[in-house]
Design a protein around this ligand. Structure first.
Ligand code: 5RP
Length: 217
């Protein structure tokens, strides 16, 4: 079973959490795309979707799924998204696709956050994948120096601008021993918009696709 098949399997499994007649929050990336494709099969049974990025909004609209702005959405029962790394504590490292800020906002608005990953993403400790941090462009140097002070090696994501008009620093070598504490600490650096640790609002459920099937954590 290849990775794409595992992504499709977890995406299908996440449909079980969709509440009929309600809105669905949708993440960004290839696994979230597999979920959008699966959601298209039941689009008549949902009210619409709240997108975490322009790319996701375009894919949803391409399937004829109504896209609703978060400000116009009332209750949001569910958010489904992928991750770059996930632990058995349901802490996540996200932002490989650069959509981390809007993903964090939609996750915060949702009652239930279901994360969908293939088994290559399940780790004992977060941080092998470089941690994405969205920064206000004028603060890039200031934030980078603070990150070096924390033991990280920040690299600017060249040629990339977020949907919010900001830049991304990918931080290598950070020791993520205590994800909720580091998440808060990084948020205190002036110029940081959001960081890719999803630990304070962790996933409620992580679905892991492997050759043996879909495990629910
Ligand atoms: C985008 C993300 C994605 O969820 C993460 O990068 C995983 O993507 P993929 O499912 O393509 O591996 O956080 O900002």
């Amino acid at each position: 079973m290849d990775r794409d098949e595992k992504k499709r399997a977890v995406a299908r499994a996440a449909l079980e959490f969709v509440v009929p007649g309600e809105l669905v929050g949708v993440g960004t990336g290839s696994t979230a795309n597999a979920f959008i494709d699966a959601l298209a099969g039941i689009k008549g049974r949902i009210d619409g979707a709240v997108a975490s990025s322009e790319a996701t909004a375009a894919r949803l609209a391409g399937h004829g799924i109504r896209v609703v702005a978060l400000n116009a959405a009332g209750d949001l029962p569910l958010y489904v998204d992928g991750a770059d790394e996930a632990t058995r504590h349901r802490h996540l490292l996200k932002g490989g696709g650069g959509a981390l800020t809007r993903e964090k906002i939609v996750a915060a608005a949702a009652r239930t956050f279901v994360c969908v990953v293939d088994d290559s993403k399940l780790v004992d400790r977060l941080g092998r994948f470089p941690l994405p941090i969205e920064v206000i462009p004028m603060a890039r140097g200031l934030v980078a120096r603070a990150l070096v002070g924390l033991g990280g090696r920040p690299e600017r994501r060249e040629g990339f601008v977020t949907d919010n008009g900001n830049e991304i620093l990918d931080v290598h070598g950070l020791d993520v021993l205590d994800p909720p504490t580091l998440e808060s600490e990084l948020n205190q650096i002036a110029g940081v918009v959001a960081n890719g640790l999803f630990a304070r609002r962790a996933a409620d459920v992580v679905l892991v696709g492997s050759a043996d099937g879909v495990e629910r954590i």
